[in-house]
Design a protein around this ligand. Sequence first.
Ligand SMILES: [Zn+2]
Length: 75
Amino acid sequence: MGKLLFWIIVAFIVLLAVRLVGSAQARKRRDRDAAQRVTGPMVRCTKCGVFLPKADAVPVADGYRCREPACLPPS
Ligand SMILES: [Zn+2]
């Protein structure tokens, strides 16, 4: 009887450990995905050379420009 109880406790601890490791990995993966979604790929302004997220950049013929008035192409 004592031996059975021992194995039940061992199985419980193993299951708990597997669960903890799995949720930690899932959280890490989710954090990394969220960080990538927020920043996205970076591009360089062809005029002033500043790096900015591609989503905030203005595409021009020779690359990307930042949104500084001096860098924006004349419209
Ligand atoms: Zn610029």
